[in-house]
Design a protein around this ligand. Sequence first.
Ligand code: F6R
Length: 607
Amino acid sequence: MCGIVGYVGARQATPILVGGLRKLEYRGYDSAGVSVWSEGQSRVVRCRGKLAALEDKLVKEPAPGTIGIGHTRWATHGRPSDENAHPHKVGAISVIHNGIIENHLALRQELAASGSKFTSETDTEIFAHLIDRAVRGGAPDLTTAVRQALAKVHGAYAFVVMNDKDPSTLVAAKNASPMVVGLGDGENFIASDVTAILSETRRILFIDEGEMVTVTRDAVVITDFDGKPRTREPKVITWSAMQAEKGGYKHFMLKEIHEQPRAVADTLVGRVDLERDDVVLDDVKIDATKVKRIIFVACGTSYHASLVGEFMIEALARIPVEVELASEFRYRDPIVGPGDLVVAVSQSGETADTMAAVREAKGKGAQVLAISNVLESSIPRLADWAFYTHAGPEIGVASTKAFTTQLVSMALFAIYLGRRTGKLAAPRARELLAELLQLPTKMKDVIDHGAQLQVLARRYGNAHGFLFLGRGAQYPIALEGALKLKEISYIHAEGYAAGEMKHGPIALIDEHLPVVVLVPRGPNYEKAISNLSEVKARSGKILAIATRGDTDIGSTADEVVLVPDCPVELQPILTVLPLQLLSYYVADFKGTDIDQPRNLAKSVTVE
Ligand code: F6R
């Protein structure tokens, strides 16, 4: 996730680009840069750090001119640095990019073999080289050159390209990353979203998948990738700037819940090898056959993801797994050392307790893998290897898309290990990988049915407490459902292993207690149904999360929310979605501060 802006018109471009980037900083802030054309060539000014660092640099190195592009980066390929900051310039071509080029390794090798020199570690620079070659190879105009380059790349992208030799034109292309064009009088704009240009224009063209746009001062031409024209009426945006930043959603949390299919797809990009029935983890050089034990260390939601990871790795790779609360781990002189692989899971990569647990483990000779969402944050830097989720910046305090991308990472890691320990046969790996690729569509299906959770939230939102029950890999989802509800609605909630209910919490059940039971189809189904009946016999109100096609569950449960079927190892990635939506709508019904709940902070950097 990065932010992109382009401007062509009669005014100075740099203040407009920087103003747009300020609105897009929520999309990433590892580095920022602009490329602005004047007097025969474009000047690139870029640097590591937040936009403020770029603004300081622009004071010393001004970039005058009336056409330009700007970028704020959320690093995916290549650490945050000056060299990896966008725009990337090759010859006369400047490029900014949001997304991931999936075949970047093969393209880089091919280009390097025929003489291209690279100055960054990014996938984006490859695209600049391809366009430069197309231009030098005789492409009649920039649009054609971009089209020729696009034919070689696959992945998710929103690109904007500028050519020093044709300084009246910006060319943009979009596939699976957001892009809009803003229409002005004698000037036009390109951006990742409307917030970036809302102060300049409210007349917006939303660009669709597989479209290219050629933008000059006076014209905007949209075509598909084959050059066939596409027509579009501009939409007039009436949202406030704040609403627009949230993409029209009421809260960042709701926006982030809806972003999950895309975040999961991004996390899978380049990691699924269906030809070899395997997972590609280029940066993780673990000898799985030497790993005697895996110990997860994490806090909060990341701890719940780790509990699911335990289930996946033990099932698929048959390596023993323990899961530790990072805040407890280091204070009891843990028995850990060589032969152990410690996996530190942290969205922010900055949680102090998790960092301390990593130091403890490393100090005792264990190897450490970090699973994090923030490139080059402290925990991945401390670890031996890092596996990054590509959820993009998570702004709502309650973690949603970071959680589901952690679960997907756990599944990939479990398959990776299973293939290397020999415990996961190729056909089963193939089936799971194919199912992983189906997940974004299934997740969207669940989220699109969110209105049902809104109705349930109103029906049960006045309850004084909730109980969440699950078995197997659904137990951590019960914990996560309870945590989500507690933290944003301030309603007390408990997550319990369903089989444990009769050992205590069953005393809580009466007609006033809503009990959310996770009962997807699978080996635990019959047992979970028995637990559900125990609740029913005591007049508890049952909200069941079950598999689509389950026609029996309705006879026991008061409310049934159905999710699509998938293999049992991956079910948590679907069953958590209704729980996120339920918590969100309960909190919204109660009118709490959803994105910044009381007493909480997004990154907990104290122990
Ligand atoms: C809950 C939540 C927290 C975090 C926890 C760890 O919604 O977000 O429980 O999961 O503070 O944070 P990270 O993953 O950044 O280490």
